[in-house]
Design a protein around this ligand. Structure first.
Ligand code: HEM
Length: 400
């Protein structure tokens, strides 16, 4: 949309703003920490402290009316996914999945994740060029989450195609379009089939854990998950665990190429890799906006957000808040980051954070082992604009 020079405007659908939102987010933090967008009827918080405080108060800032702007308010879209639930329902389901999704289960994946990285990257040694996102970044997380759940290798490509399609957005309606909805339904059906198979033949995978898991029931006893609950959970893990990590890896290629001296330093000292991943997460948040619904009037910075309002928490802006991070716009692999909110904060803190960090670390280790340098072809690189993730669809890189 066209605006008078200097007018402060932000919405999450505007492709031009999304390409480089940082100046706009800086102005939101400075000039309108409680920003109001009339056109799409939402409020936005952009400062680190406000985003963190709102995330820590799920009673006031609820998730059960949706967390993706264009899907907020309509009740039907989000039953049964913990990311769209409030306590107490959220907590019992989350406890259940945390039990299935243990640090031990995640750590046990290290070797398998490394094997996947090796098999994806080795073919490009000596090839001169490959697409860091299409050929690697998008393949790794879908393979890993599929392994974890128990999706057979032969079906992974089709599953990934539908996951990608779910994130398809159209102007004005975002993810509420036939193409996206068809793929969501396909995935739900697919997962239901797998769950039915596991009921008959349990295996050592997450699909089986989901059908065997029990949660407290209303009568004080316990019960198994319903088909819909289990399928919704599988669906959430697949969608949340794939697109986000693919975006993190795209940013890894682009940001490190833009900082070649730091890349050389990290290549020479692999102990810097975990903090590099953390700094990448702070610097370019793969999932930069989380929606909430207010249960009461909230006053902040002299502005009252009325009850029953949509509030967008811009976690991507929080990571660049100079009130929280010195030289926030500088990428620095040595930075002492402390807390960041790129994985959210509070009860909805990303369930897959340990897995995402593990994938980010091993991906970078295996990349630098083979390719200590690469050059991004910006002429052919392509951005991806969806309602939930921000990053790159295609990053062609030249390698020695
Ligand atoms: C770099 C990668 C990732 C990023 C940036 C990311 C980001 C986030 C954020 C910001 C939230 C909080 C949403 C909110 O407050 O409304 C979240 C929640 C969640 N994430 Fe992730 N995520 C990543 C990877 C993963 C992976 C690999 C998985 C699973 C395998 C996963 C599963 C989930 C789930 C299930 C929730 C909901 C938790 C709850 O509501 O209690 N995420 N993630």
């Amino acid at each position: 949309m066209t605006l008078a020079v200097g007018e402060l405007y932000w919405d999450p659908f505007d492709v031009e703003i999304d390409t480089n939102p940082y100046e706009c987010w800086r102005r939101l933090r400075d000039e309108a920490p409680v920003y109001r967008n009339e056109r799409y009827d939402f409020w936005a918080l952009s400062r680190f402290a406000d985003v963190q405080a709102a995330s820590a108060d799920p009673k006031t800032f609820m998730s059960s009316r949706g967390t993706v702007l264009e899907l907020m308010g309509s009740e039907m879209a989000f039953t049964n996914m913990i990311i769209f639930m409030d306590p107490p329902e959220h907590d019992s389901l989350r406890a259940l999945v945390s039990r299935a999704f243990t640090p031990k289960r995640v750590a046990a994946l290290e070797e398998r994740i490394r094997d996947v990285c090796v098999s994806l990257l080795d073919p490009f040694v000596g090839a001169g060029e490959f697409d860091y996102v299409q050929d690697f970044g998008a393949q790794l997380p879908s393979t890993v989450i599929s392994m974890l759940l128990g999706v057979p290798a032969s079906e992974r490509r089709e599953v990934l195609h539908h996951i990608d399609t779910i994130f398809h957005i159209e102007p004005g309606v975002g993810m509420v379009n036939d193409i996206s909805v068809r793929s969501q339904m396909w995935l739900m059906e697919y997962i239901s089939e797998k769950l039915a198979e596991r009921r008959l033949q349990p295996r050592d995978d997450l699909f089986t854990a989901l059908v065997q898991a029990e949660i407290p029931d209303d009568a004080g006893g316990s019960r198994r998950l319903t088909d819909l609950e289990a399928a919704a959970f599988g669906n959430l893990l697949v969608s949340a665990g794939t697109e986000t990590v693919a975006r993190l890896l795209g940013w890894t290629a682009v940001v490190l190429d833009a900082h070649p001296e730091q890349r050389s330093e990290v290549a020479a000292d692999r102990a810097l890799i975990p903090n590099t991943v953390e700094e990448l997460l702070r610097f370019e948040a793969p999932s930069p906006v989380q929606g909430r619904w207010t249960s009461r009037d909230v006053e902040m910075h002299g502005v009252t957000i009325p009850a029953n309002s949509k509030v967008l928490l811009i976690t991507g802006s929080a990571g660049r808040d100079e009130r929280r991070y010195a030289n926030a716009d500088t990428f620095d692999v040595h930075r002492e980051i402390g807390t960041h909110v790129t994985f959210g904060f509070g009860i909805h803190f990303c369930l897959g954070a340990a897995l995402a960090r593990l994938e980010g670390r091993i991906a970078l280790e295996e990349t630098l082992k083979r390719f200590p340098e690469w050059q991004v072809d910006h002429g052919r690189a392509e951005r991806l604009h969806t309602s939930t993730v921000r990053g790159w669809k295609s990053v062609p890189v030249a390698v020695a």
